[in-house]
Design a protein around this ligand. Structure first.
Ligand code: ZN
Length: 258
C-alpha cells in the first residue's frame, strides 16, 4: 500500500501535476518539416543566457534565425514558441543515427540556464520537474523512445556542449524519459579507437570511421563522457569508457536510417 502511494507520488501522477498551463510566445523562426517528417526525437538545450526574457527575445527575433518549440524557465514556467507540427530551428548542423536533418525529426526544448561549468547555478527543482512533465507528455503523444531524448551536444559534438555537464541525465532516465546505465568496474587500459567508433556509431553519434583518435572522434568522446561519465569528464579515452559505451549501444542500438 505504502509503496503504491509512493509510486503514485514519484510516477505519473506527480509528473502530471507539475505541468501547469503552458504560455504561448510565438516565434516566427520556423518552417515545414521536410518530406512530411514527424518528430521522433527530442533535443534538449540550455539557453546559455541569464534570464528567460533574454532567451525568449532572442528565440523570437527574426534576425537570430533560431527558435525552439518550448522553453522551460527556472521556476517551472513552460513557454511554447513553435507548434510541434512545425520545424523549429534549434539543432543547426547536427546528426544522430544517420539523420542529418535533426530539426525536421525533433522537438527542441530550451532549458533556461546560463551554461558554463564553473560557478554557475545548477538546474533548480521546479524547472526539472516541469521539464519531466513536458517530456512525459511529448513522449507519450509522439511515441518517442526514451533513447531518442538527447542533448544538443550529442547531435553536434565539439560544436555544442548543452545541456552541459551539470544536467542530470540519470534522473530523467529513472523516470523513463531518457537512458542511463551505471558504470561497471572495468579493466584499466588503453582505449581501442575502432571499437569506440563502432559503438559510438551504433548508439547514434555522428563519428568518423578513421580508425584513429582524430579531432572529431575526440569530440565525440568528450561529449559521451560529459553525459554518461560526468564524474570523469575531461579525462582521456580509456578502456572502461569504451566498454561503457558498448554496453549502452548494445542495449539501445540506434536503428539505421532507411
Ligand atoms: Zn543548443
Amino acid at each position: 500500500m505504502f509503496s503504491e502511494i509512493m509510486a503514485g507520488i514519484m510516477g505519473g501522477r506527480r509528473v502530471q501535476s507539475e505541468l501547469r498551463g503552458i504560455e504561448d510566445h510565438s516565434s516566427p523562426n520556423y518552417g515545414r518539416r521536410r518530406d512530411g517528417a514527424a518528430p521522433d526525437m527530442v533535443v534538449l538545450h540550455y539557453t546559455g543566457m541569464d534570464t528567460a526574457e533574454a532567451a525568449i527575445a532572442r528565440l523570437a527575433d527574426p534576425a537570430s534565425e533560431v527558435s525552439a518549440h518550448y522553453l522551460v524557465d527556472l521556476d517551472g514556467r513552460v513557454v511554447r514558441m513553435v507548434g510541434e507540427g512545425m520545424r523549429a530551428w534549434h539543432a543547426g548542423l547536427a546528426s544522430w543515427g544517420g539523420v542529418t536533418d535533426v530539426n525536421s525529426r525533433s522537438i527542441g526544448i530550451e532549458i533556461v540556464n546560463p551554461g558554463g561549468e564553473l560557478g554557475k547555478p545548477p538546474f533548480p527543482e521546479p524547472q526539472i520537474a516541469a521539464l519531466e512533465a513536458l517530456l512525459a507528455d511529448i513522449l507519450a503523444r509522439h511515441e518517442v523512445a526514451p533513447e531518442r531524448v538527447v542533448g544538443h551536444a550529442c547531435v553536434a559534438p565539439g560544436r555544442k556542449a548543452d545541456p552541459g555537464g551539470k544536467f542530470d541525465w540519470r534522473r530523467l532516465a529513472r523516470r523513463g524519459l531518457s537512458v542511463w546505465l551505471d558504470p561497471e568496474p572495468a579493466e584499466a587500459g588503453e582505449a581501442n579507437v575502432a571499437r569506440f567508433q563502432s559503438a559510438a556509431r551504433c548508439f547514434g553519434y555522428g563519428v568518423p570511421d578513421s580508425g584513429e583518435w582524430c579531432a572529431p572522434t575526440r569530440a565525440v568522446w568528450r561529449t559521451f563522457q560529459m553525459r554518461f561519465l560526468p564524474f570523469e569528464a575531461g579525462g582521456s579515452p580509456n578502456r572502461a569508457g569504451v566498454a561503457h559505451l558498448e554496453r549502452l549501444a548494445g542495449r539501445w542500438p540506434c536503428a539505421p536510417e532507411a
